[in-house]
Structures are given as structure tokens and as C-alpha cells.
Write a protein that binds this ligand. Structure first.
Ligand code: HEC
Ligand code: HEC
Ligand code: HEC
Ligand code: HEC
Ligand code: HEC
Ligand code: HEC
Length: 478
């Protein structure tokens, strides 16, 4: 039927005209994330200073005479240079190490990264007032950032247009059939069409699709809690301790260096210092009394109370200590200070001699094996790389996603530290140099001999965790 064909053609034209609009919209947040995951280890996040790789701001401009090659470069810079591409050749010796190949990045993902690079380099930010500024992406100016609602509104509008058009064409069809003298079935009402079997099937299909997608997505994210920042039973601040007072992480978390777990310190560790620091400048004794009560420590005479002591007697000990500490204040306003003391004693009643129940922040599922010592002592990865700037946090917050992708990406990109251990080892490439070999690897020279040899004759710069088996499932899964 001619109208049907016309109608199909119109729809097709609509979609051809509309779809590229959606495809063109680059996603700065996605670009930011991809940049953080893949590029930030070598390219400076301010886009303006160099790190291992050059500053990336303005890179599209620099590559504009080589259409398409920038994408090839990012996917595999060495291959592009090897093909004789002059732009790549002029760049490839910038640094002795080569850029990682990212064969799996799609064009749209690279577009997102490049858009983010330009935006960040130009304005230093991507959050709102910033977004108002126009960004130039691949030569086309985006007047307005495309809001998601814009897309939905357009889609709704189109659907209505298609429905109306369809109805109109249907009527025309019927008219022409009538004119030709054919028998025509009575026209269905709009509602009958809306609840007809065709539409219902389509809806069910869409629901299954959307439902399935989000179920799978949520299942993968189950138990993940990036940004998780629970409040703790004692207001313990890493900013005060590790930051302002410069206490080494491993003073408290000494497990990190030698065992699977970093270990949260027992309250006796706190007493090492808080035997003398009995009053804080922020909360006075309000928080510290909890530490004393938990560890059974008597700050008044620097001793531990006998295990068998009753709760009432313990309360008396702490009351005496507080009265002594606040003697001056008490002379001025006895009722106020007594009230405060009573409140503090009430806050620890029932928690004497019981370990402080810190709320766990980081939690891997049971089927994953993670070992701190392997990363901290052998891999020489800094705490901050995984946990963020803990020394600036008053309350600890989960910095990394702890997803499988996060572990695996780092294993792909990070080199194993052969250097820096205790033992120079027979046949070590570092023997006799000041760079001592990592003891962990010197034990296995036979196994890693090939790598060592290649590093010795400089045909290889480093070995990634992936290359020593860091992507094997059973290394991380029980
Ligand atoms: C392992 C380090 C490393 C990583 C990771 C890395 N790069 Fe590079 N990049 C370099 C180095 C080094 C150069 C300079 C070329 C050379 O010496 O091979 C470079 C150069 C470039 C250039 C050319 C710059 C110019 O001015 O022409 C672009 C573009 C680029 N990188 C983009 C990226 C993107 C995008 C990512 C993330 C998907 C990325 N790089 C990840 C190290 C890296
Ligand atoms: C004075 C002792 C002390 C020092 C120093 C210290 N921590 Fe902690 N840390 C604690 C205590 C107590 C907790 C549990 C309470 C909390 O989560 O705040 C903790 C919790 C943590 C957690 C969260 C653990 C979880 O539940 O998942 C991380 C991560 C952490 N610390 C890292 C660090 C890093 C990194 C440093 C060095 C920059 C550091 N800590 C220095 C005592 C300390
Ligand atoms: C390679 C990444 C990585 C590095 C480096 C790292 N951690 Fe962790 N940390 C983790 C992961 C993952 C967990 C969650 C472990 C679990 O749930 O079994 C964790 C958990 C913790 C915990 C909670 C207790 C525990 O052991 O489960 C503390 C405390 C902690 N880390 C402190 C540190 C300190 C201090 C350092 C530096 C000396 C450090 N971490 C270095 C990834 C890392
Ligand atoms: C190496 C010494 C040291 C250790 C160990 C230590 N602290 Fe502290 N702590 C300090 C210093 C210094 C201050 C700052 C005192 C001030 O506010 O003047 C402080 C302050 C505090 C405060 C804040 C008090 C306030 O009101 O301002 C709390 C709570 C606290 N520590 C709890 C703990 C806990 C819990 C532990 C054990 C996990 C611990 N500290 C271990 C040195 C230490
Ligand atoms: C910041 C980078 C980084 C992250 C993130 C990271 N790792 Fe690693 N991982 C390393 C390095 C570096 C080594 C190599 C240490 C060595 O030399 O054995 C390593 C080694 C390992 C090994 C031993 C591999 C082998 O072949 O012996 C296991 C298992 C492991 N990591 C598990 C994990 C798990 C599980 C996670 C995520 C929860 C994780 N790692 C996250 C850097 C990382
Ligand atoms: C470097 C460590 C590492 C390696 C290697 C690794 N995994 Fe995982 N895997 C993890 C972590 C961490 C999680 C937990 C992710 C989470 O909680 O979101 C996980 C989760 C999973 C899950 C549960 C689904 C999910 O996303 O939570 C499956 C299935 C899985 N891994 C299979 C594999 C298989 C198959 C391999 C080998 C090809 C493998 N893993 C290799 C670290 C690793």
C-alpha cells in the first residue's frame, strides 16, 4: 500500500535525522571516569602540566591535520608509529616508555575522554557553572550541553507524531479502500488500539529488556559501596592523627606490612599516647573516656584496672578522674560540670572492658582474596593509591570502587617492583648496584629469568602484574 510505504519512509527519515543527535552528545562524566581509570597514571589531570606523558590540553588541535589518527594513536601508539605515520613518529620518543595500548576503547569512549580533556584543560572543572561554557568537540560547537531530558522530550514528541501520522494514514487508507468499493471493517477506537495486543506485547518486551538490564547491573553492584562513610562509635579523626600530628599509618595499622589484613588497632595502642593526652582540644574528654572505658585504663594514675572490678567501681574511678580534671571549671559552675560528667559516665555505661566496635568501611565479598602485605610490602603500592587521602579525612570514606574491574585495571597497568628489597640475589640485574632487588622476586629468579634478562639488555622496561599472573582468576578467587 502506497501510504504504508510513505509512512515507513517518513519514519526512517526521522530516525536518520534524529539519531546522530544522540550519538554526538559526549558525556563529560564518563570521560572523566575513563580518564581516571586509564590515563591519569601517566597524564596530568590538570591537562596542562606534563607527567610521564605530555599535557593533553589542545591535543585535538595538534592532531587536526591527521584525521582519525588520534584514535589510532590512543588505541596503539607504537603500532601507529611503526606504520610510518609522521605525527606519531614525532611524538613516540617523547618518553622512553611507551604509552599503554587501549585496543578496546570505542570511538565514543575516546570522544568522551577528549571532550573531558578539553573541558578540564580550558575551564579546570566540569561541574555545573562550568558546564554552561561551550565546549568544542571534534570541530563541532555544542551550543548547549544536551540534557538527558532533551532526548526524552524529543522521543516522546516523535512517538506522538508517529501515532498521529499513523492514524491519519490509516484513515486515508480506509477512504481509498471505500472508494474502490471494498468492504471495510469498522474503525477501531484510539483506546482499542492503545490496549490492543500489539502495543501490549511491545510494552512487555520493553519491560523485560529494561528490567533485565537493571537487575544484572544492580546484581553486579550488590555490596559495592564506593563513598561509604559510616559514623563510628568514637569520633576518631585520621586528619588529627595521620594528618596534623603526622602519625605513620603503619604505627596503628601494622598488619598492612606483614599480613593479609591491615588490622584496626586495639585500644591499647591508643593508650600509648592518650595516657598523657587526656583532654582533646575539640571534644575534651567526651570521646577519650570511651577509649579508657574500653581498654580498662585508669588515666588518673596511669594503670590498668583489675579485670574483676565491677562496673559501679569503674564508674567511680572515672568520676573521680573527671572531677579532678575539671576542678577549676567546677568551682565556677558546679551544676553544669556535674551534669557534663554524669552525661559522659552515662555514655560509657555498659561498654566497660569491651573492645570498641568500629564499623567496617571496606568490605570485599567472601569469594575474593586480597592481601595487604602483597601490595604494601611486595608491590610497594602506597595506602593512598587505594584508600585516597585518608590523612585529610575526619571520617574514613571508601575511596575506590573495590570492583573486579578496579583490581584488574591496576594489574594491567602497574609494573612489578623488582627493585627495592633486601637481597641482591645471584644473577639479579641489580646485583652490585645501589638498587637492591626485591627479596620476594630474588627467590624466584629461575622463574622470572627471561624477564630479568630482557630488562638487563634493555629490550624490556618493566613487567606488569598481569605478566606475572595477576589476572588469573584463582589468584583472587577462592
Ligand atoms: C603508561 C603511561 C601512559 C598511559 C596510561 C597513557 N599515556 Fe598517553 N602518552 C604517554 C606517553 C609516554 C606519551 C608520549 C609519547 C611516547 O613517548 O610514547 C603519550 C602521548 C599521548 C598522546 C599524544 C599527545 C600529543 O600531544 O600529541 C595522546 C593523545 C595520549 N597520550 C592520550 C592518552 C589517553 C587518552 C590515555 C588514556 C586512555 C593515555 N594517553 C594513557 C603515556 C601514557
Ligand atoms: C592513631 C592510629 C591510626 C593511624 C595513625 C591511622 N589509622 Fe587508619 N584507622 C584507625 C582506626 C582506629 C580505624 C577505625 C575507625 C575508623 O574507621 O575511623 C581506622 C580505619 C582505617 C581505614 C578504614 C578501615 C575499614 O573499616 O575499612 C582505613 C582505610 C585506614 N584506617 C587507613 C589509614 C591510612 C591510609 C593511614 C595513614 C595515612 C591511617 N589509617 C592511619 C587508626 C589509625
Ligand atoms: C592495592 C590496594 C590497597 C592498598 C595499597 C592498601 N589497601 Fe587497605 N584495603 C584494600 C582493600 C581492597 C581492602 C578491603 C579488604 C577486605 O575487605 O578484605 C582494604 C582494607 C583495609 C582496612 C580494613 C581492615 C582490613 O585489613 O580489611 C584497613 C585498616 C586498611 N585497608 C588500611 C590500609 C593501610 C594503612 C594501607 C597502607 C599501609 C593500605 N590499607 C594499603 C586495598 C588496599
Ligand atoms: C601517637 C600518638 C597517638 C595515638 C597512638 C593515638 N592518638 Fe588520639 N590523639 C593524639 C593527638 C596528638 C591528638 C590531638 C589532641 C588535641 O586535640 O590536642 C589526639 C586526639 C584524639 C581525639 C580527639 C580528642 C578531641 O576531643 O579533640 C580522639 C577521640 C582520639 N585522639 C582518639 C584516639 C584513638 C581511638 C586512638 C587509638 C585508635 C588514638 N587516638 C591513638 C595522639 C594519638
Ligand atoms: C593500585 C594498584 C593495584 C590495585 C588497585 C590492586 N592491585 Fe593487586 N597487585 C598490585 C601489584 C603492584 C601487585 C604485584 C605485587 C607483587 O609484586 O607480587 C599485585 C598483586 C596481586 C596479587 C598477587 C598476584 C600474583 O601473581 O602473585 C593478588 C592476588 C592481587 N594483587 C589481588 C588484588 C585484588 C583482589 C585487588 C582488588 C580488590 C587488587 N589486587 C587491586 C597492584 C594493585
Ligand atoms: C585481580 C583480582 C581478580 C581477578 C584476577 C579476577 N577477579 Fe573476579 N572479582 C574480583 C573482585 C574484587 C570481585 C568483587 C567485585 C564486587 O564486589 O563488585 C570479583 C567478582 C567476580 C564475580 C562476581 C560477579 C561480580 O562482578 O561481582 C565473578 C563471577 C568473577 N569475579 C569471576 C572471575 C573470573 C572468571 C576471573 C578470571 C577470568 C576473575 N574473576 C578474575 C577480583 C578478581
Amino acid at each position: 500500500m502506497i501510504y504504508q510505504k510513505l509512512f515507513n519512509f517518513c519514519t526512517l527519515v526521522f530516525w536518520i535525522a534524529v539519531l546522530p543527535q544522540f550519538a554526538n552528545a559526549t558525556d563529560l562524566n564518563k570521560g572523566k571516569q575513563l580518564f581516571g581509570d586509564y590515563c591519569a597514571s601517566c597524564h596530568n589531570g590538570n591537562m596542562k602540566d606534563k607527567m610521564i606523558g605530555p599535557a593533553l590540553y589542545g591535543v585535538e588541535e595538534r592532531w587536526k591535520d591527521y584525521p582519525g589518527d588520534l584514535y589510532k594513536w590512543i588505541r596503539n601508539s607504537v603500532a601507529l608509529a611503526a606504520s610510518g605515520n609522521e605525527k606519531a613518529l614525532s611524538m613516540i620518543n617523547y618518553d622512553a616508555s611507551a604509552m599503554t595500548a587501549f585496543e578496546n576503547l570505542e570511538d565514543s569512549e575516546i570522544d568522551d575522554i577528549l571532550a573531558y580533556v578539553e573541558q578540564k584543560g580550558k575551564f579546570g572543572c566540569i561541574e555545573p557553572p562550568c558546564e554552561e561554557a561551550a565546549v568544542v568537540v571534534s570541530g563541532q560547537a555544542e551550543e548547549d550541553p544536551v540534557s538527558p531530558y532533551y532526548g526524552y522530550t524529543l522521543l516522546a514528541f516523535l512517538l506522538i507524531a508517529v501515532a498521529l501520522l499513523g492514524r491519519y494514514i490509516n484513515s486515508l487508507n480506509r477512504l481509498s479502500q471505500q472508494n474502490a468499493g471494498l468492504v471495510v471493517s469498522p474503525e477501531k477506537s484510539f483506546l482499542a488500539v492503545l490496549f490492543g495486543p500489539g502495543v501490549v506485547k511491545l510494552l512487555v518486551f520493553a519491560l523485560v529488556l529494561v528490567g533485565g538490564y537493571s537487575t544484572v547491573n544492580n546484581a553486579i553492584g550488590l555490596g559495592r559501596q564506593q563513598g561509604y562513610e559510616p559514623s563510628q562509635p568514637v569520633k576518631f579523626s585520621h586528619k588529627t592523627h595521620a594528618g596534623e600530628n603526622g602519625i605513620d599509618c603503619q604505627y596503628c595499622h601494622d598488619g598492612a606490612r606483614r599480613s593479609k589484613h591491615s588490622v584496626i588497632p586495639a585500644s591499647n595502642t591508643c593508650i600509648n599516647c592518650h595516657a598523657s593526652i587526656q583532654k582533646g582540644s575539640v571534644d575534651g574528654t567526651e570521646e577519650l573516656i570511651k577509649v579508657y572505658a574500653a581498654s580498662g585504663f585508669n588515666p588518673a594514675d596511669n594503670s590498668y584496672l583489675p579485670e574483676s572490678m565491677s562496673d559501679e567501681d569503674r564508674a567511680t574511678v572515672y568520676k573521680k578522674w573527671l572531677r579532678g580534671l575539671y576542678e577549676e571549671e567546677r568551682k565556677e559552675n558546679e551544676s553544669k560540670v556535674d551534669k557534663m560528667i554524669a552525661e559522659q559516665l552515662a555514655s560509657v555505661a555498659g561498654s566497660y572492658n569491651k573492645p570498641i566496635e568500629w564499623t567496617r568501611v571496606h568490605n570485599l565479598p567472601d569469594h575474593v582474596y586480597f592481601n595487604h602485605a602483597q601490595h604494601v610490602s611486595v608491590g610497594k603500592v602506597k595506602c593512598e593509591t587505594c584508600h585516597g587521602e585518608v590523612s585529610e579525612m575526619d571520617v574514613v570514606k571508601q575511596h575506590s570502587p573495590l570492583s573486579m574491574g578496579w583490581c584488574v585495571n591496576c594489574h594491567r597497568q602497574t609494573e612489578v617492583q623488582f627493585k627495592g628489597g633486601l637481597n641482591e640475589g645471584e644473577g639479579s640485574p641489580y646485583a652490585g648496584s645501589n638498587n637492591k632487588a626485591n627479596e620476594y622476586y630474588s627467590k624466584d629468579y629461575g622463574y622470572y629469568e627471561k624477564y630479568h634478562q630482557e630488562m638487563k639488555d634493555k629490550s624490556r622496561k618493566g613487567v606488569t602484574v598481569e605478566e606475572v599472573g595477576g589476572l588469573e582468576c584463582q589468584k583472587c578467587h577462592y
